[in-house]
Design a binder for this molecule. Structure first.
Ligand code: E4P
Length: 287
């Protein structure tokens, strides 16, 4: 059962509905799920099909993704399911937006994931005006979170998530959790319409510290939720401290949330690399 002091919503980070069922049974609650092209490429049914040498056509893979999110949505009708558009570094906003609208039609509780890139923000700005809920993914710097705020000004709380990727920042030597601290601190100056979704969680301490910081949402792979569940859903106590080891802290910056999103420096090597990897994993499924 949900610990009563837990204020964050807990999502499963995965692309397999069977795992969703298992985690719901283990924890006794689940608030939503995030998917992405890499996670869909790891879905066991997709793997089996590829092992038989049968790749998908473009229509078939979209049909497969749709069936997966429909099944998950049926299990989590009151939650949110993030569905990601195809976006490589050359994909224009005009190509992302129609995909987002189509995916939004698959289920009633979708958040559409757009990359935290120039074209991704252009697409998201239009998408929220057309009534879509969005999740700005591949966020690696505070300015991208500021742009997520500015591009979606006027949207209501709950309709916009920003997903800072802590594990991938750790991987390249920066303390990803300090980006979560910085974004939460920055958003205190704002109107609260963007929710912070801690993503790329790699171990139980990422989860515990994100809870302690008050991240609105934390998306967590099944393996870590299993560990958390098996340990009895421990919560970070008053004296809990996060040990970032030798990872370099990311200093707080003070972007002005009143600016236009185009005025922020949005570039980050990991955002570009992330789009390259997601698009390559998606293409690996297609014949
Ligand atoms: C979720 O929305 C993200 O796509 C996911 O957490 C990324 O995790 P990874 O960095 O382990 O691929």
């Amino acid at each position: 059962m949900r610990p009563k002091e837990l204020t964050s919503r807990i999502f499963l980070d995965g692309g397999d509905p069977q795992e969703t069922r298992e985690i719901m049974d283990l924890l006794g609650f689940l608030d939503g799920q995030t998917t992405n092209p890499t996670l869909i490429s790891k879905n066991p049914e997709a793997r089996r099909r590829l092992e038989r040498g049968e790749r998908f056509s473009e229509d078939e893979i979209l049909g497969f993704y749709r069936a997966v999110v429909e099944e998950i949505s049926g299990m989590l009708p009151g939650g949110s399911i993030s569905v990601e558009v195809y976006a490589d570094p050359q994909t224009a906003a005009e190509q992302m937006l129609p995909q987002g609208k189509m995916m939004n039609g698959w289920i009633p509780n979708a958040h559409i994931k757009f990359p935290s890139s120039d074209q991704g923000f252009r697409a998201a700005e239009k998408a929220v005006k057309e009534g879509l809920r969005v999740n700005m993914t591949l966020c690696f710097r505070q300015e991208q979170a500021a742009a997520a705020y500015a591009a979606t000004r006027g949207a209501k709380k709950g309709d916009v998530f920003v997903s800072p990727f802590v594990g991938r920042l750790d991987d390249w030597g920066e303390n990803g959790m300090s980006l979560i601290e910085n974004i939460i601190r920055m958003y205190r100056e704002g109107d609260g319409h963007v929710e912070v979704l801690t993503a790329s969680v790699r171990h139980l301490d990422h989860l515990l510290y994100a809870i302690k910081l008050g991240s609105d949402i934390i998306t967590v792979p099944a393996g870590i939720l299993r560990e958390w569940g098996e340990k009895g859903l421990p919560m970070p106590g008053r004296d809990y401290t996060y040990n970032a080891g030798s990872l370099a802290p990311i200093p707080y910056r003070d972007p002005d949330l009143a600016k236009n999103w185009q005025d922020f420096d949005l570039s980050h090597e990991l955002t570009t690399k992330g789009m390259e990897k997601f698009s390559a994993d998606w293409k690996s499924l297609i014949r």
